[in-house]
Unconditional design. Structure first.
Length: 217
């Protein structure tokens, strides 16, 4: 019964992950954001004055990424079950999702380092660290493409997800690969995709896990 309950509610972790990402981001920017053309001295002064919200928001964001790993496990289990055989495409989806999660965990690392060491850091070092998240952001874009595209392919072949969502997944994967608009795919498209897949997997789990499944025959 415990296993059945987990299978039924595990997909909700996708919704929870997105909520925690949004909350973490809002906390991080609650005290304002550094302007793109800010001088190194202004960057350092910002993190010296606003270290608390940056650290707190980053922690919530990273916890949301850990929750996303539970969603990823639930998604890949469903994909592999539907694909059958060795589940090669499902394994590709898992690899992409895992690599994306690692990049997402490291995404706030520059801001956290700045907030923790702002009192002893030089303005030049602070200005260099502020650009570090951009490197991991590119990793999030590229590896999210693998997860979304692999999920869409399995959905097209097996109907584990609605056909419309399968095509949307493939379109989103293309958007994530285009540099000028890939950022929008990460900030808007991917969170919405995670929520949609999470809700659909929850519905599937609810209909497939019957209350009497654990009763002796």
């Amino acid at each position: 019964m415990t296993t059945q309950r987990w299978e039924r509610y595990a997909p909700w972790t996708g919704v929870l992950a997105v909520v925690m990402w949004v909350v973490g981001f809002l906390v991080m920017v609650s005290s304002g954001m550094v302007a793109q053309d800010a001088s190194p001295e202004e960057v350092l002064a910002h993190y010296q004055s606003n270290g608390g919200p940056v650290i707190a928001g980053s922690y919530v964001f990273m916890l949301g990424t850990l929750v996303f790993l539970w969603f990823l496990g639930s998604l890949v289990t469903s994909l592999r079950s539907a694909e059958g055989g060795v589940g090669s495409v499902a394994s590709i989806a898992f690899g992409g999702g895992l690599a994306m999660a690692v990049c997402a965990l490291l995404l706030p690392s520059g801001g956290v380092t700045l907030a923790l060491a702002a009192g002893t850091m030089t303005a030049t070092s602070a200005d260099a660290l502020r650009h570090l998240p951009g490197v991991f952001y590119i990793g999030v874009e590229l590896f999210a493409t693998v997860l979304v595209a692999a999920t869409g392919l399995v959905a097209l072949r097996t109907a584990i997800l609605p056909r419309v969502l399968a095509w949307v997944s493939l379109v989103l994967a293309v958007v994530l690969l285009i540099p000028p608009i890939g950022w929008a795919g990460v900030l808007l498209g991917f969170p919405v995709w995670v929520v949609a897949v999470s809700l659909l997997l929850t519905r599937t789990a609810r209909t497939s896990v019957r209350p009497d499944a654990a009763l002796p025959t």
